[in-house]
Design a binder for this molecule. Structure first.
Ligand code: FES
Ligand code: FES
Length: 154
């Protein structure tokens, strides 16, 4: 089966990027290899681990399982878009202070899932549910949950 290349543009963190890519390319690979934003991580590549989580129009999606061309006309936010003027977001600072980062591989995806709840002052249960699609092999989760709670529902 052959796939045609498409020319389109993606709006990522407020910047428009021209893309020429086969229609079967996922958003994760286009972000990392074409757009050059490598903060979003590839873990399972099968919609299981959440390492590839980004926001599309504010909603969390596993970018390994989302076709890049489907993001045309939408706003994509990656972990690079969370910082401003080189300053860590309070959530990033709290993750560091609470010990919620060890190897760091899950961290970008965790941050993006948490950012999807940023306007809602979530309960503990809502935070757990919101992060339930993100796996961490290092921390045991408690410190991540504490950092997210301190940031979103202090
Ligand atoms: S890499 Fe996408 S969910 Fe694991
Ligand atoms: S800090 Fe290593 S996977 Fe979460």
């Amino acid at each position: 089966m052959s796939y045609d290349k498409l020319d389109y543009s993606l709006s990522v963190n407020g910047t428009e990027y021209p893309v020429t890519a086969r229609v079967d390319r996922n958003l994760l690979s286009v972000l990392r290899e074409d757009v050059g934003l490598t903060g979003t991580k590839q873990g399972c590549d099968d919609c299981e681990c959440g390492a590839c989580m980004v926001l599309v129009d504010g909603a969390p999606v596993n970018s390994c399982s989302y076709l890049a061309f489907q993001a045309q006309g939408r706003e994509v936010t990656t972990v690079e878009g969370v910082t401003s003027d080189g300053e860590l977001h309070p959530l990033q600072q709290n993750l560091l202070e609470q010990g919620g980062v060890q190897c760091g591989f899950c961290t970008p995806g965790m941050i993006m899932s948490a950012m999807a709840m940023a306007d809602s002052e979530p309960t503990d249960e809502q935070i757990r549910i919101g992060l339930s699609g993100n796996l961490c092999r290092c921390t045991g989760y408690a410190k991540i949950l504490a950092a997210v709670k301190k940031t979103l529902s202090p």
